[in-house]
Write a protein that binds this ligand. Structure first.
Ligand SMILES: Nc1ncnc2c1ncn2[C@@H]1O[C@H](COP(=O)(O)OP(=O)(O)OP(=O)(O)O)[C@@H](O)[C@H]1O
Ligand SMILES: [Mg+2]
Length: 338
């Protein structure tokens, strides 16, 4: 059996050959700090963030696309695969996406995590390649494809041709850094302490990186930092833009850097086709516009932006015979097998 797992900082997605996407859950685990007993994983655990009693923690164990707490990530994947996945999977071959430029140790940690429930073999693919495959691009042709997958912990940017990356860059600040920036802003400006889930809801509702034609507001609720009592404020889209735009600019600068490193022949393909944005943060209001304004290129957000990486990992299953050297001729976008 062949499957794909996209172990994202924000969400974990699973694809099964001939079935499609079968699981999409928050990459969150709730556990007892002293005994390590697990209380919940996935969306159920996400709903507990900031609400757990003393001694119990609900946390994202993935940070910036890398494994921050390996034992927790392994446990989370194991429980998701055994208890939440609607299809029972045994001894599969697994394809998984990784940010560009991971160290060998970081790659190993990903391999251990996705094989925690008993995988036979793990194949790695860089996120921009998977995202491009998920968008339907033919990445093994000599035609250049420019893609930026902007998620929660990382923005992975790459230009592809002939199954490989000609230039790439990974930025370790994306959606969750914006949530943190909103928490900080509200605390500093209004003396109001809010949680990251509230900040994320605010970002999704009114967050923007270019001014909106009509200003929008969102009610953030939390605890007054001085009185300790519950309080709320109505924040505006322009304020949120001020809080998060630096992070968006960092991502856009990285996109420019990759364009500058792109060989001229591929650049001519990119100037015809433009840039494709995938990942959940590609849906942030004004993100595509900001990239377009800075690069002077056409920018398109894929219709199913958050799912492109998992769908692309699923499509990459067909390259396993090349990676295994069962077929000798042909280009394979798969990186390494463990
Ligand atoms: N409509 C939206 N507007 C703004 N942000 C959004 C929207 N939808 C999702 N997001 C943000 O996108 C991010 C999640 O994207 P995605 O699912 O691609 O991340 P991931 O794959 O789990 O993380 P990564 O690839 O960085 O490890 C979160 O920060 C989420 O808040
Ligand atoms: Mg991702």
């Amino acid at each position: 059996m062949n499957i794909a797992i996209d172990l994202g900082s924000d969400r974990t997605r699973v694809f099964i050959e001939n079935k499609g996407k079968v699981l999409d859950e928050a990459s969150v685990i709730t556990y007892d700090i002293d005994t390590n007993e697990i209380y919940a994983v996935g969306d159920e655990a996400y709903a507990m963030i900031g609400k757990t009693p003393l001694g119990i923690r609900a946390a994202h164990p993935m940070d910036s696309g890398v494994i921050a707490q390996s034992d927790l990530v392994e446990e989370m994947v194991d429980i998701m695969m055994r208890e939440l996945c609607p299809v029972k999977i045994s001894n599969p071959r697994v394809i998984t996406a990784i940010p560009c430029a991971l160290t060998e140790v970081e790659k190993r940690a990903v391999v251990n995590a996705v094989s925690s429930f008993g995988a036979r073999k793990v194949y790695l693919i860089e996120t921009p390649k998977a995202a491009a495959l998920g968008c339907g691009a033919d990445i093994t042709s000599p035609h250049g494809v420019f893609i930026a997958d902007i998620g929660s912990g990382t923005a992975d940017i790459g230009v592809l041709s002939l199954g490989g990356l000609s230039a790439s860059k990974s930025v370790k600040h994306a959606g969750s850094a914006m949530d943190e920036a909103i928490v900080k802003y509200v605390r500093k400006e209004y003396n109001l302490v809010i949680g990251t889930n509230m900040a994320e809801s605010c970002k999704k509702a009114i967050g923007c990186v270019v001014s909106l034609p009509k200003q929008e507001t969102f009610r953030v609720k939390g605890r007054d930092a001085i009185s300790g009592l519950p309080r709320y404020v109505d924040v505006t889209s322009e304020e949120i833009k001020g809080a998060i735009e630096e992070i968006a600019k960092e991502i856009v600068t990285a996109i420019r850097d990759v364009l500058e490193q792109t060989p001229p022949e591929l650049l001519s393909d990119v100037s015809t086709d433009g840039i494709i944005l995938t990942g959940g943060l590609a849906k942030l209001k004004g993100m595509a516009q900001l990239v377009g304004l800075t690069t002077k290129l056409k920018v398109r957000v894929h219709k199913y932006a958050p799912d492109c990486v998992i769908m692309g990992c699923g499509k990459a299953i067909k390259y396993i015979p090349y990676a295994d050297k069962e077929m000798v001729s042909g280009i394979s976008p798969l990186l390494t097998a463990y």
